[in-house]
Design a protein around this ligand. Structure first.
Ligand SMILES: C[S@@+](CC[C@H](N)C(=O)[O-])C[C@H]1O[C@@H](n2cnc3c(N)ncnc32)[C@H](O)[C@@H]1O
Length: 230
């Protein structure tokens, strides 16, 4: 069933940038449909006055964006383990965000919000500049075929938006099990010139795609790109 609140529109025609996600369609259980209609709007940042300063909205000093939060395990774990952190879980994946709002409601978490849609829009136009401490990009879609590389999230455009959103000492962490993606990301981030990059300084959270990578025996690579104040 299609959601009456979030119609399945064509993301390509709506967004001038290249789409970085797979469109997923499918039927939803009645229970999920209920959460979509009744719970998700309570967490969505869509209707907040822009620019959105999550530190003010959530009354937290430290803001983390989980960009492409999938089933939301990381965003939820972050919000639950540290109530002083404010978390924004972003994904186009409806079922994943429903899992986020179901669990956040069960646990009574007040420090987490969602965006159900293309996160590029959030970074482009919605956020107060220099208002985010960390942007976590965990196992983004690798788009392994060469002709699809243009759909990868880590591009100069995305990095410009990240730089704009991050606080002066903020950072982006990037984790992937796709070696060619990692190599290209390192090159693109270095040529952007706005980050100090370090490797392997972060305990990678166990997300759905992290578990998959372990199961498949893939090499997992990570980097932390801290914004420089040049
Ligand atoms: C491979 S999954 C990884 C999910 C999760 N981070 C994990 O580690 O399990 C990548 C996720 O990013 C989402 N995604 C990709 N591009 C996006 C975009 N521009 N805006 C929002 N979500 C996006 C996809 O829908 C998908 O759920």
């Amino acid at each position: 069933m299609q959601s009456p609140i979030y119609p399945q529109s064509d993301p390509v025609s709506e967004h001038p940038h290249i789409r970085t996600f797979h469109a997923r369609h499918g039927r939803m259980s009645a229970r999920r449909e209920q959460s979509l209609i009744l719970l998700l709007p309570k967490f969505e940042i869509t209707n907040l006055e822009r620019p959105v300063d999550l530190a003010k909205v959530l009354d937290k000093d430290f803001i983390v964006v989980d960009f492409g939060s999938g089933m939301g395990t990381h965003a939820l774990q972050l919000a639950q383990s540290d109530p002083s952190v404010g978390v924004l879980a972003i994904d186009v994946h409806t079922v994943g965000l429903i899992a986020v709002v179901d669990t956040a409601t069960e646990l009574g978490l007040s420090n987490i919000r969602t965006h159900h849609g293309d996160g590029m829009d959030v970074l482009k136009d919605w956020m107060t500049p220099a208002s985010v401490n960390e942007i976590h990009v965990l196992f983004p879609d690798p788009w392994p075929k060469a002709r699809h590389h243009k759909r990868r999230l880590i591009t100069p455009l995305f990095l410009d938006l990240v730089v704009n959103a991050l606080k002066p000492d903020g950072r982006m962490v990037f984790v992937t099990d796709d070696e060619s993606y990692f190599e290209s990301a390192v090159t693109i981030i270095a040529s952007c010139g706005n980050f100090d990059v370090t490797f392997s300084d972060w305990e990678i959270p166990i997300t759905t795609y992290h578990q998959r990578a372990i199961r498949l025996g893939h090499k997992i690579s990570q980097l932390s790109a801290r914004k420089t104040n040049a």
